[in-house]
Design a protein around this ligand. Structure first.
Ligand code: COA
Length: 292
């Protein structure tokens, strides 16, 4: 076994149609590829149609599956509705929506214009709302037997994070929506879950989040307790399980996949700096404080 291998059984997503926003590149592409290897039909969307077409062709060639590229800015409801129609035209139905499209860049918040803030909220939160309402209402109105939404969020949706404040606000909203609709739409047999990935390097995101020398200067892997970044297949494995029928009882769950990065804040975690030899001495000092 190695972490770059697929973990699901062959055909685990056979007969499923999955819409992946932002599926043309990065993590969206990695998840799309694995879904296709498992037998799913996929629909990938982004603003860049040329890139989508190249990705669809490449993935159809390497997996033997089907991938429909549809241009869509998730901020535009009419474009999202057009994705729904194109997907149904081509595959007859949609079973799963993966809200993966995002927008983000680092900046001191006082440098942001109102429009810069709004742009990220619109892509991340409003985009997820547009897609969720479009497919959710469709599933409800057509009485489809089940629906399934997986949202990609982030660990700083809970902790907050400086320098990516619009993204933190928007992802916090997506977490709230995931849990709220997991309850409200359970009566329609629509599941809602999310993954909060830690550092999984991709060209697009890392050029925006760690531009220039920052990548080397900050060496993100050092802040992960497991001292490494994630492999794309590790995320694809988790996503494939969560969208599959094997996870039918999972609803309202946010799964963190970050090598422990999120729990760095633990009050005494800095004690990691203490060398092993010093612990005998420290233990003796602690024990000596015990009242006789
Ligand atoms: N710092 C400060 N403000 C910035 C900025 C930066 N690095 N980049 C963009 N902005 C501002 C713009 O100046 C504009 O505000 P203004 O009208 O007040 O001047 C506002 O943000 C919108 O920018 P614009 O380029 O018009 O938006 P867009 O919709 O074309 O692009 C982005 C959206 C900004 C998210 C762009 O970075 C993008 O397309 N990213 C690709 C997707 C992505 O980010 N993926 C996830 C990676 S983690």
């Amino acid at each position: 076994m190695n972490i770059k291998e697929g973990m699901m059984r062959e055909g685990a997503l056979k007969g499923k149609t999955i819409v992946i926003t932002g599926g043309g590149s990065g993590l969206g592409k990695a998840m799309t590829k694995y879904f296709m290897e498992l037998g799913a039909n996929t629909v990938i969307t982004s603003r860049r149609i040329a890139l989508l077409r190249d990705t669809a062709k490449e993935l159809e060639g390497s997996t033997g599956g089907q991938c429909l590229p549809v241009q869509c800015d998730v901020r535009e409801l009419a474009q999202v509705e057009a994705v729904r129609d194109a997907a149904i035209d081509k595959f007859g139905k949609v079973d799963i929506l993966l809200n993966n499209a995002a927008g983000n860049f680092i900046s001191p918040t006082e440098r942001l214009s109102a429009n810069a803030f709004k742009t990220i909220i619109d892509i991340v939160l409003l985009g997820t709302v547009n897609c969720t309402l479009t497919f959710g209402k469709h599933w409800i109105n057509t009485k489809q037997d089940k629906g399934n939404v997986l949202n990609i969020v982030t660990t700083y949706a809970w902790t907050g994070s400086g320098y990516v404040v619009p993204s933190a606000c928007a992802k916090g909203g997506v977490v709230a929506m995931t849990k709220s609709l997991a309850f409200e739409w359970a009566k329609y047999n629509i599941r809602f879950n999310a993954i909060a990935p830690g550092p999984f390097p991709t060209k697009g995101a890392w050029d925006r989040l760690l531009p220039g020398n920052l990548k080397d200067d900050l060496d993100i892997s050092k802040q992960v307790p497991l001292k490494r970044v994630g492999e794309h297949q590790e995320l694809a494995n988790l996503a494939a399980y969560m969208v599959s029928d094997f996870a039918d009882y999972m609803n309202g769950e946010i799964v963190t996949l970050d090598g422990g990065e999120q729990i760095r804040a633990g009050q005494f975690n800095n004690l990691e700096m203490i060398p092993n030899e010093m612990w005998d001495q420290l233990e003796a000092m602690i024990r000596s404080t015990k009242k006789k």
